[in-house]
Write a protein that binds this ligand. Structure first.
Ligand code: SAH
Length: 328
């Protein structure tokens, strides 16, 4: 555990160099791979050997490296590729922000603000290459988690759904494909939805889906049956999350449904990946992961009643909430 970062960086570098693509179906030696990915042969050999020792690559008796089953997830042409997620985990600004965890714990300022003097999403707005790395990372993680997510809730009785902070549109596309009568709206920051529009066109979903760029602290597209927030509330403090909830409450009708997809963390001492992802929020966005009780209270303050939790989409859960009667 103490040296866990060895692996994070090693995997991130392998993804960055596209080593899994370079190896492909035919095992290769370090000399061939060094030429293919423009690396120093002896250093690359050591990286490959280390990653072979943990089951990502395989060092064969003839000295060639092959892909082990785990390494398949680093291929860029794999539909469940996690290469962009691996790249992001070791990527410059993210890596430096984690280096400031001590200060984040001491004074509560995110690592991102300490290294850049900007909040996370403002930094991305200023730095298109960082934004691309983050958006692809979230996109790849979403593709990996979407399959179970779209099956764990019955969207078929809904007619219109807004994905608020929907990123590059992978979740909405998966929901629309499975529910042919549903119409969707993807809502995210203007620089993000550009890529989403392209993505949805490619999947031939533009007829049933509109894309709107905007700021969810100022407005949310009104009047849909349902709104979904996936891994959005965890980016924000309670006060900011409340502002987003109130904005959605005001945009939806009295009979609307709000779906919140997040890692709901167990109260107390039980282990959960969400308790570590919570530190990622501390370092990057200033948000937090929440327990059921915390979600219930936050939703109530935002004008909603927590109705049911669907936990078939582990590690995420879908929290279904409905408007509480009366003004938000
Ligand atoms: N729902 C997606 C993305 C989650 S990341 C998924 O699960 O993969 C959080 C998203 O919130 C990002 O796409 C980010 O661009 C968006 N976001 C951040 N601030 C926003 C704002 N003020 N208005 C609208 N979207 C915002």
């Amino acid at each position: 555990m103490i040296s866990g970062y060895y692996l994070t960086q090693a995997i991130s570098v392998a993804a960055n160099l596209r080593l899994a693509d370079a190896i492909g179906a035919v095992p290769k030696n370090a000399h061939e791979l060094a030429l293919a990915v423009h690396a120093d042969e002896s250093s690359l050999y050591r990286l490959l050997r280390a990653l072979s020792s943990v089951g990502i690559f395989k060092l064969r008796r003839d000295g060639r490296f092959a892909l082990a089953p785990l390494g398949q997830a680093l291929r860029s042409d794999d539909s469940l590729s996690l290469a962009p997620w691996a790249i992001y985990n070791g990527y410059d600004f993210h890596w430096r922000a984690w280096g400031r965890l001590l200060d984040a714990v001491r004074d509560g300022t995110t690592g991102i603000e300490q290294i850049s003097q900007k909040p996370f999403f403002t930094l991305l707005d200023f730095d298109p290459s960082a934004a691309k790395v983050f958006d692809s990372a979230m996109g790849s993680l979403a593709r990996a988690l979407n399959g179970v997510l779209v099956r764990s809730y019955d969207f078929s009785r809904l007619r219109s759904l807004v994905d608020v902070g929907g990123g590059t549109g992978n979740l909405l596309a998966a929901i629309l494909r499975r529910n042919p009568r549903l119409r969707g709206t993807l809502y995210d920051l203007p620089h993000v939805v550009e890529a989403a529009a392209f993505n949805l066109r490619k999947q031939k979903l533009t007829r049933r889906c509109q894309v709107i760029g905007g700021d969810f602290f100022s407005a949310v597209p009104p009047g849909a049956d349902a709104y979904i927030l996936k891994q959005v509330l965890h980016d924000w403090s309670d006060a900011q999350a409340l502002a987003i909830l109130k904005m959605i409450r005001a945009a939806m009708g009295e009979r609307g449904v709000l779906l919140v997809a997040e890692m709901v963390i167990p109260a107390g001492a039980r282990p959960s990946m969400g308790k570590l992802v919570d530190l990622e929020m501390l370092v990057c966005t200033g948000g937090r992961e929440r327990t059921v009780a915390e979600f219930r209270e936050l939703l109530a303050r935002g004008g909603f009643r927590l109705k049911k939790i669907f936990s078939g989409a582990a590690p995420l859960s879908i929290i279904e909430a409905v408007p509480r009667p009366g003004p938000a």
